[in-house]
Design a protein around this ligand. Structure first.
Ligand SMILES: Cc1cc2nc3c(=O)[nH]c(=O)nc-3n(C[C@H](O)[C@H](O)[C@H](O)COP(=O)(O)OP(=O)(O)OC[C@H]3O[C@@H](n4cnc5c(N)ncnc54)[C@H](O)[C@@H]3O)c2cc1C
Length: 385
């Protein structure tokens, strides 16, 4: 494989082992021809998800007390990149439960709620989804309208969420609500809602990519939730959401790096085999320079991702560096996918080859988890502009 030589560079023995143990397991449980079939059929990769859980990976960033292994940010970044190298959608399914949902439970749930959720989540039996975005509010999170109104010891939640990844396979939904309608970001409260509660309805959406794991519309119609299932304090949801951002963006960037490395290897193997004018197309400088550019894009993004992970491990709060890593990795990923299609010519454009899926899956990177425009605004703000 083309990228293997550099993939282990600078990693500890344990981190190299992450790659060596995860990739063969995923190749067995979720082979690439099966991914193509499941993507077409829009089937969630339950077997691969379970295999990751059985091997203990759901607990990587979680506390030992709940069955986790208290891994470092760097370990997590290497793991996410590795899973995304096999399949970016599986990495997203992992992140949705373990990071986007799981971290809100880790930091915001009562001890009783943690005991109820985390061991099951780490075992792969409980999946979570994070519901923030609404039809009227995406980037402008502070303006969400879904309301939670207190009713004795309960809250009643009403509203609509959209683009919610994995909600259709989630057991619990972490829902951002407004408990004080007029207080902007100071009126947001997070709740954990049983996805089977009366009044919850979930409708899958058809999207360009990530078809195995879906996004969904989620409707809440006077859904009764006990106050004990509030995450963090009332009206303190904004800071809970902000606290998670660096880690979420690190993971999105790491996943984009994995997808880029897959694209380079996939297009590389095609380019070595494909003959035109009596030679492999990889021998034409116009093609080999494309590979060099793709490697530059992947490696520079990886270096940035690893740097951010190291900074987080050192206890820093690298807001600007994380936004840079997210922009660099996700935009480079889209560019690599586009170049991968160009390298493969007509075959790259055909549904029978994997490249089109990498292209479709890559495109969301610059949109989800804070768009590239919002990331640039964050960077400029950190620069004092
Ligand atoms: C596949 C997929 C999965 C997703 N999964 C989830 C999920 O699990 N949970 C969840 O809650 N959400 C999820 N989202 C939603 C995602 O976080 C939002 O799509 C994203 O935050 C952007 O919001 P929006 O789509 O409403 O775009 P908008 O906010 O309407 O933005 C539209 C355009 O305007 C630009 N823009 C907006 N405001 C500014 C500004 N101030 N300055 C400059 N440009 C601006 C944006 O960058 C963008 O280009 C998902 C989205 C997708 C596509």
């Amino acid at each position: 494989m083309m990228t293997t030589a550099s993939a282990d560079f600078g990693l500890t023995e344990e981190q190299k082992m992450i790659r060596r143990s995860v990739l063969p397991m995923l190749a067995e449980v979720l082979p690439h021809d099966k991914i193509m079939e499941m993507d077409e059929a829009r089937e969630f990769p339950f077997d691969a998800y379970r295999a990751l859980a059985q091997a203990g990976w759901m607990g990587l960033p979680h506390e030992e007390a709940y069955g986790g292994s208290d891994g470092s940010y760097k370990d997590l970044a290497i793991f996410v990149e590795t899973v995304a190298y096999h399949n970016a959608q599986l990495a997203s399914a992992y992140l949705t439960s373990v990071i986007y949902g799981g971290m809100q439970v880790k930091h915001g749930a009562s001890a009783a709620l943690k005991r109820e959720i985390l061991p099951g989540m780490i075992a792969g039996d409980i999946r979570l989804a994070l519901c923030i975005t609404e039809p009227e509010t995406g980037s402008d999170v502070a303006s969400i309208r879904t309301r939670a109104v207190q009713d004795g010891d309960d809250y009643l939640i009403s509203g609509q969420k959209v683009y919610i990844t994995c909600a259709h396979v989630a057991h619990h939904l972490i829902v951002a609500t407004k408990t004080d309608r007029d207080a902007g970001h100071k009126g947001i409260t997070l709740f954990m809602v049983d996805a089977r509660s009366p009044g919850v309805s979930i409708r899958p959406l058809k999207a360009l990519g990530r078809r195995m794991i879906h996004t969904n519309e989620v409707y809440f119609d006077d859904v009764r939730v006990p106050a004990s299932r509030m995450l963090g304090e009332r009206n303190n949801g904004w800071s809970a959401l902000m606290r998670g951002l660096n880690l979420e963006r690190l993971c999105l960037a790491a996943a984009a790096c994995g997808n880029m490395m897959r694209i380079i290897d996939y297009a590389g193997s095609y380019a070595r085999d494909r003959q035109q004018f009596g030679k492999p197309i990889s021998s034409f400088q116009a093609i080999s320079h494309k590979f060099a550019d793709m490697q530059i894009m992947a490696e520079s993004a990886r270096v940035m991702v690893h740097r951010v992970a190291d900074l987080l491990d050192a206890g820093e709060s690298p807001t600007m560096q994380t936004a840079i890593a997210k922009v660099l990795a996700t935009e480079n990923n889209s560019r690599c996918a586009d170049m991968g299609i160009q390298i493969m010519g007509g075959a790259g454009y055909m549904m029978e080859h994997e490249m089109q899926m990498y292209f479709r899956d890559a495109r969301v990177g610059a949109i989800g988890g804070g768009t590239s425009e919002i990331m640039r605004t964050v960077i400029a703000k950190q620069m004092g502009l």
